[in-house]
Design a protein around this ligand. Structure first.
Ligand code: GLP
Length: 636
């Protein structure tokens, strides 16, 4: 896998610009598109853009729309070709890329309908080949693509060129990879509903564009980006062929860049400033490379692994080891709300006040349970005043089958009690009887699915011992009015969180989503919560309030990043799993993570056990499982 000895492999083979966040990246890319359009306009020429779908380009399109509306950026001379389309979806289908492009961009700008091109997902099977040839011809006739915008799938696909797509591949029909279909499962409410095929431009087609900009945001893209940018050019990672292109740039955010050598092990790339967090990272890295506990590392272990400069900085391996061992040791606590009446100078959480007001945000049901189910249970057992807020109901990810089960249960109750249950049940059953798998839910069905998730969530909370009077659903409007990958937030969302802060006045806040794709539910919730906090600064509770990030299934916290490690006993882990099982509607919906194609509860168990194992290997005590947290720096 990682081969530290081969220096040449450590360098990026695609020009990569790393931005603090996706907003900055998007402004930069939009500005270059705008320049191109205006330059061509002044020459009275067309510009041909290759466009992409998915969550990644959503903000770019919003910025282009803003430029159009506020700065008069014209689209009359723009010709567009989209990369791909699901096969079998009619253009009006809510998940079709035709509809996506219309809603996200075309409806809002003055592009001419005849200048817009997308592969036709409904073309007859026998005509697909001809259609694809024709699509290529139309690109050529338009003069070829000037600028191609790309996202990247977690398989390393560009467009829908799944692993195995060669460098010479052209526009064609493809079968979608299992990981890709699982990633789309929530959009389609179940993997079974995700189309199996798509029509996509080929790798060869994409590489013919005169310029390419690949965009990527969030933790979940970090691993594949490293392989695409720093790895070999191979069919198994089609995006790696972008290395061949003379004018290709990656514009990515910090989270997506995390696995690149210059961020993961910066000391291997050039001189570094040895900040405390980097020192811990380097020591943990050497220890895990050599599979040695921290206290057993020798001077030569550092020297032989390119870390002489660290030894020079800190004196000797002996002192360095001890320092990092203590730092790691001090992250471990069974008292996530602070340990009353004890010295807290080396503890992650202050002892006072002994009973804390704790506010926990779950972007969707199951997120917080996965990240901190055991810790929730501890906080309750230690008597803290805990408010658990589900920010959205999660109704978008309830498959129809689950709604059928719930209706049939309610029907049993109705029959048994022969009471009048609202007509609603019948109309829902009728809807489920007639709707096709791809159809959009009516408002009533969506609301009903929300109830299913709320019922599961409340049952799960009871397992953890939470006070149900303090389990709230705030149903933020962005979610209720949106769909996955296409959410839009408004002031109303922030206002609801501001209201919560005012009533709870927390000493501790737990949340997730700092490194998530900014258009995902967790990513949006993180930003809304932090924006609300920024506006609450002057309130008396804000100064002492600690913000803790629990891990998501996208990415576990690595040993060197952890600020608080809450060990779980075997019994506590069992209890946590019991709680997670209650979210049964979420079966078959969890994206696969590296080498783990299990359900979310299995992934959570594996991740918590793995964190404990990592700590054990570094020389800490051996626990059954650990839930890990990072502290958000909230001081200005
Ligand atoms: C889809 C699209 C790709 C896109 C990828 C990533 O499969 N066909 O063009 O780049 O997924 O999607 P997202 O941006 O939502 O992460």
């Amino acid at each position: 896998m990682d081969s530290p000895s081969v220096e040449a492999e450590q360098f990026e083979r695609i020009k990569t610009s790393v931005f603090r966040n996706s907003d900055e990246a998007v402004r930069d890319v939009a500005a270059s598109i705008s320049n191109l359009i205006r330059r061509r306009q002044s020459e009275r020429k067309n510009v041909v853009l290759g466009l992409a779908t998915g969550s990644t380009p959503v903000k770019l399109y919003q910025e282009l729309i803003r430029l159009h509306l506020q700065e008069g950026l014209p689209f009359a001379n723009v010709i567009s070709f989209n990369l791909d389309e699901y096969y079998g979806l009619p253009p009006e289908h809510p998940e079709s890329y035709h509809r996506f492009m219309a809603v996200q961009l075309f409806q809002h700008v003055n592009i001419l309908p005849e200048n817009v091109h997308l592969p036709d997902g409904m073309v007859d099977r026998s005509k697909v080949f001809e259609f694809c040839l024709n699509y290529e011809r139309r690109i050529r006739d338009a003069g070829g693509i000037d600028l191609q915008i790309l996202g990247i799938g977690r398989t390393g696909h560009i467009g829908f060129n799944e692993p195995g797509s060669g460098i010479d591949s052209r526009t064609r029909m493809v079968a979608l990879d299992r990981i890709t279909r699982r990633d789309a499962a929530r959009d389609f409410r179940g993997e079974a509903n995700v189309p199996e095929h798509a029509i996509t431009m080929g790798v060869g087609t994409i590489l013919e564009a005169r310029e390419i900009q690949l965009l990527a945001w969030g933790d979940s893209k970090a691993g594949i980006l490293r392989i695409a940018i720093e790895g070999e050019q191979v069919d198994s990672v089609p995006a790696s062929y972008l290395q061949r292109h003379p004018n290709c740039t990656c514009a990515i955010d910090n989270a997506a860049a995390a696995a690149l050598t210059r961020f993961k092990t910066p000391w291997r790339v050039g001189p570094v400033a040895w900040e405390p967090s980097l020192i811990r990272k380097a020591v943990v890295w050497v220890a895990s490379e050599l599979k040695k506990p921290v206290l057993r590392l020798r001077d030569e272990d550092y020297a032989e692994n390119g870390l002489t400069s660290l030894l020079v900085e800190t004196g000797s391996a002996y002192r360095l080891n001890l320092r990092i061992f203590n730092e790691l040791q001090h992250t471990i606590t069974g008292w996530p709300g602070g340990k009353p009446n004890s010295d807290d100078s080396n503890r992650p959480v202050p002892a006072e006040p002994a009973q804390k007001r704790v506010l926990v945000f779950g972007p969707e049901p199951l997120d917080a349970e996965i990240g901190m189910g055991g810790t929730l249970n501890r906080l309750v057992n230690h008597g803290h005043d805990l408010t658990f807020v589900y920010v959205t109901s999660g109704n978008l990810s309830v498959p129809d089958n689950e709604a059928r089960v719930a209706i049939s249960l309610l029907n049993e109750i109705r029959l048994a009690q022969s009471e009048q249950i609202p007509k609603l049940l019948e109309s829902l059953a009728a809807e489920l009887g007639t709707k096709a798998a791809y159809d959009e839910d009516s408002a009533a069905l969506r609301q009903f699915k929300g109830l299913i998730r709320k019922a599961e969530a409340r049952a799960a909370c009871q397992i953890l011992g939470l006070d149900l009077n303090k389990v709230d659903f705030v149903d933020l409007p962005f979610y209720e009015t949106g769909r996955y990958r296409q959410f839009q937030t408004t002031e109303a969302d922030t206002q609801r969180i501001l209201g919560l802060f005012k009533t709870v006045r927390p000493h501790q806040v737990y949340l997730t989503g700092s490194g998530a794709d900014p258009s995902s539910v967790a990513g949006i919730v993180y930003r809304v919560v932090m924006a609300a906090f920024a506006r609450s600064r002057t309130e008396d509770w804000a100064a002492g309030c600690q913000f803790w990030l629990y891990a998501s299934s996208d990415r576990a916290w690595l040993s060197h990043e952890i600020d608080m490690a809450v060990p779980l006993s075997p019994a506590e882990l069992t209890l946590k799993l019991e709680c997670l099982y209650h979210h049964r509607s979420q079966r078959n919906q969890t994206p696969f993570i590296e080498h783990d194609s299990g359900e979310s509860w299995q992934q959570a168990e594996n991740a918590n056990r793995a964190t404990a194992h990592e700590y054990d290997k570094l020389g800490m005590a051996e626990y059954e499982a650990i839930e890990a947290f990072r502290r958000v720096k909230t001081d200005r």
